[in-house]
Design a binder for this molecule. Structure first.
Ligand code: CUA
Length: 346
């Protein structure tokens, strides 16, 4: 009997060690997000002080929870093993109530909750604090299914791609043209809802230059998953200013090569799109004034290449079913002309 018990004991020990080894193997150490473009949607390596603060809070709560889990289970398994019924045992002494224990297990959780609660509340208030006076102001308008970005102080309107400066706080003023969306750049900081007829403000100070991936994170219809965006964090103010000047300029004038496309864009496309410096002033779809400078087509779905853009203009519903851009039944030549013109709008 003793031999059987000890071999079962050994089996249990080996099992626990194997499980622990497997669990630890899952925790491979990751580089800091700045050096990890291969994980574009990670939240655990934030690149802004606002994100770091939330991550620190998360770490505190996570490790406290681990401590509580391990402590409770250790005591429970000790009790199960140490006080298990053995053959011949008499009924143990029956007790009811223990004031010292009752007080202890009321105070201990209250202390744990206070350790979590105080920093949680201070973080919430800091996240909701007004931005510094020199913050870059960006109005964000959610649309089914694309993002509009306006810089009210710079007179710039763009779509699906927002440019900011490393080390300078950007104040995103979020609102929606239709239904509720949610604004999220996972590597920066937490997400915030984008609500019609209501202003939400998200302040973030991106510290690491580069291109970041963003995503709508509130279900908003069939193309919710394709309501993506990019952020370009410029290394310094001068680099950002150069971008801003290029965006403030009117659209590049059509040349002989792009004249045919410009003709279609400023008539057919103008029903929905604005192209600054031309007669196209539609307000339904994205502003196309500097479309050629953008990284993607169809709100982050496709890279902005001539092939992808032509595919999109030829039949937008085949690429992104349900979106508001109709099939304009353009001929292949017309599609090529519009593509050439739009890509010339750097
Ligand atoms: Cu917009 Cu989901």
């Amino acid at each position: 009997m003793a031999g059987f018990l000890s071999s079962r004991h050994r089996l249990l020990t080996v099992g626990v060690v194997v499980l622990l080894a497997l669990a630890l193997a899952g925790c491979r150490s990751l580089p800091f997000a700045a050096d990890a473009p291969e994980i574009p949607m990670t939240t655990v390596y934030p690149t802004s002080p606002e994100g770091v603060e939330i991550q620190n809070l998360y770490n505190l709560i996570f490790w406290l929870s681990v401590f509580v889990f391990v402590a409770v289970n250790a005591v429970m398994f000790y009790a199960i093993y140490r006080f298990r019924a053995r053959p011949g045992d008499r009924l143990p002494e029956q007790t009811h109530g223990n004031n010292r224990l009752e007080i202890a297990w009321t105070i201990a959780p209250a202390v744990v909750l206070a350790i979590m609660g105080v920093p949680t509340i201070t973080t919430i208030f800091r996240a909701a604090a007004p931005p510094p006076a020199n913050a870059l102001k960006v109005s964000v308008v959610g649309h089914q299914w694309w993002w509009e970005f306006q810089y009210p102080d710079l007179n710039i309107t763009t779509a699906n791609e927002v440019h900011v400066v490393a080390g300078r706080t950007t104040s995103f003023e979020l609102t929606s043209a239709d239904i509720i969306h949610s604004f999220w750049f996972p590597k920066w900081t937490g997400k915030l809802d984008v609500v019609p007829n209501h202003l939400n403000v998200l302040n973030v100070t991106p510290e690491v230059p580069g291109v970041y991936y963003g995503q709508c994170v509130e279900f908003c219809g069939t193309q919710h998953a394709n309501m993506k965006m990019r952020a370009v964090v410029h290394a310094n103010q001068a680099e950002f200013d150069a971008w801003a000047r290029s965006q403030q300029a009117p659209a590049v004038a059509a040349t002989q090569a792009t004249q045919a496309g410009a003709q279609i864009a400023t008539t057919t496309c103008a029903a929905c799109h604005t192209i600054g410096g031309t007669t196209a002033a539609g307000k339904i779809g994205p502003d196309l004034t500097h479309f050629g400078s953008r990284l993607t087509v169809a709100a982050g779905m496709l890279d902005n290449t001539p092939e992808n853009l032509a595919r999109w203009i030829q039949d937008p519903q085949a690429v992104k079913p349900g979106n508001k851009m109709p099939n304009l039944n353009l001929t292949e030549q017309q599609v090529a002309d519009v593509t050439a013109y739009l890509l010339s709008l750097k």
